[in-house]
Design a protein. Structure first.
Length: 138
């Protein structure tokens, strides 16, 4: 239990830093994904390797659409080892839904202000929200 609390705190801090970096520069340093992967071994369960399945789907979506960055894919891959199959699916679902809600509200607000909303959003803040929410709930 102690390993999982330390793991959660450390990963949350890394994701908060990555979110700020993604918002500012739209880049995610590789060392963050590597550290999250290392932290996966604090509370490792061999069953968590099934989390690679959603990552593969995410990777192929990124590959064929070009709409998802490589840093996002690496980050999701590292988190999938931490969260396992169902945790990864929940994390990605929450991240996608929260991004859609944010974007929808942003479009409405921008339209009211007479501006056009950006079609490009940093994804790491939504990944962070998905990780924290799914870890707390599950």
């Amino acid at each position: 239990m102690t390993g999982s609390v330390v793991q959660f705190a450390a990963i949350s801090a890394l994701l908060a830093f990555a979110s700020a970096k993604d918002i500012k520069t739209r880049e995610i340093p590789n060392w963050i994904s590597v550290k999250i992967l290392i932290l996966a071994f604090l509370d490792f369960n061999i069953q968590n390797l099934w989390g690679i399945i959603p990552t593969a789907i995410f990777f192929f979506t990124a590959l064929f659409t070009g709409k998802i960055g490589g840093g996002d894919v690496k980050l999701i891959a590292a988190l999938s080892i931490v969260c396992g199959l169902w945790g990864s699916l929940a994390l990605l679902f929450v991240a996608q839904i929260s991004m859609l809600v944010y974007y929808g509200i942003s479009v409405i607000v921008q339209k009211i202000c007479g501006r056009v909303a950006s079609k490009s959003l940093p994804f790491v803040p939504f990944i962070t929200f998905g990780y924290v929410l799914t870890t707390i709930l599950f």
